[in-house]
Design a protein around this ligand. Sequence first.
Ligand SMILES: Nc1ncnc2c1ncn2[C@@H]1O[C@H](COP(=O)(O)OP(=O)(O)OP(=O)(O)O)[C@@H](O)[C@H]1O
Ligand SMILES: [Mg+2]
Length: 408
Amino acid sequence: MRLPGAGGLDALRRIKERRPEAVVIVVTGYGTVQSAVQAMKNGAYDFVTKPFSVDELKMLLERVSTHLKLKSENRMLREKVKSKQGFGGIVGRAPEMEKLYRIIAKAANSVHPVLILGESGTGKEMVARSIHYSGPFRDKPFIPVDCGSLVPTLIESELFGHVKGAFTGANQAKDGLLAMAEGGTVFLDEVGELPVDLQAKMLRAIQEKEIRPVGSTRRVPINVRILAATNRDLEHAVTQGEFRRDLYFRLNVLSLRIPALRERRQDIPLLIAYFLERMARASSQEKTLSDDALKAMLAYDWPGNIRELENCLERTYAFTSGPLINTTDLPREVANLPALEASQSAIGNGSSMGRGKIIPIAELEKQTILSAITELNGDKLQAARLLGIGKTTLYRKLKDYAAQEYSA
Ligand SMILES: Nc1ncnc2c1ncn2[C@@H]1O[C@H](COP(=O)(O)OP(=O)(O)OP(=O)(O)O)[C@@H](O)[C@H]1O
Ligand SMILES: [Mg+2]
């Protein structure tokens, strides 16, 4: 605890910053038990008071090892639970979905890459999981990689790993996600967002079945199955030179398209029932939709697909106090209270002063963003790109709008 220069607490903080998963044990003299307790609060696993015996230390390390094993078992269990929802948990009886189930079953027993296409929120990740968990390697890891949210400078080491000293801060060698999935599946989510230079490296990894960790001169063999998903038109991206043709062909050996929710409207009531039941179980509180609310939900287009439907019900469930959900409890776009009218009435205050044409910039921005998303069928990444704003900014704004809606 008492180190020259920096204190132990400070060291602990910095270790946890760099390697949140690290298990830290603090060693302290008798006088500083209090600060050891503080250390526990700051994320230390345990503390040892000096002087300590080797046996004591051994016992502690055994405990650490059990702790780590439990942790990884937990993670596997969590994945298993998710997998249970997998194939069976995909709700939908529309003919397009039945066709999809057959393709999933076929894909599960193949080792080739599968490209999963579908608008945002249609269940691409869910389908990827069910391909993995219905296949022969279901006991091996399923590792999802969100190519859109990785920090560009770190993607390469994230995917392929690095050797000690590969770059500043690489104090320790680290396995990449492709190596961690050994024997199992890597799910390249939003693969269309992969930077072009990494597309070449990914192609090589798939073709040669080997990777080169950052900073290493040696190639390491890998054995993983690749699943990829995108809500972008990759073919178009290829013609635009934004996505490598050869990688596209590699990933697209088998492809499968999940229909948008509005293309299989008969599944909407099924999904509503499924989510309502799930929420009733989770909150041990049953709520039903009024006829009009149900009608509004059935008539709505769901540009954000199942995710939007799930979110809509979740939020509505949380914000409705009684057992009955009315149309007015639904988000405005679903309830179909014309958005423009609402914004006009907000502006109406000004019009009485003879300035009816003046629209607040924030309102214009909101309309622009929402209509862009609708126009692009819920594709927020593309909307952010075309609007020239970052995707984080877009998500933040959407969150603000939702909050406004509920406070209104
Ligand atoms: N057929 C389905 N039945 C039940 N739940 C579903 C179904 N499809 C999707 N969901 C649920 O909808 C949500 C979105 O699914 P998922 O994350 O797989 O979609 P996605 O296509 O990857 O979306 P995004 O493009 O936004 O990443 C998840 O909570 C998932 O559990
Ligand atoms: Mg997804």
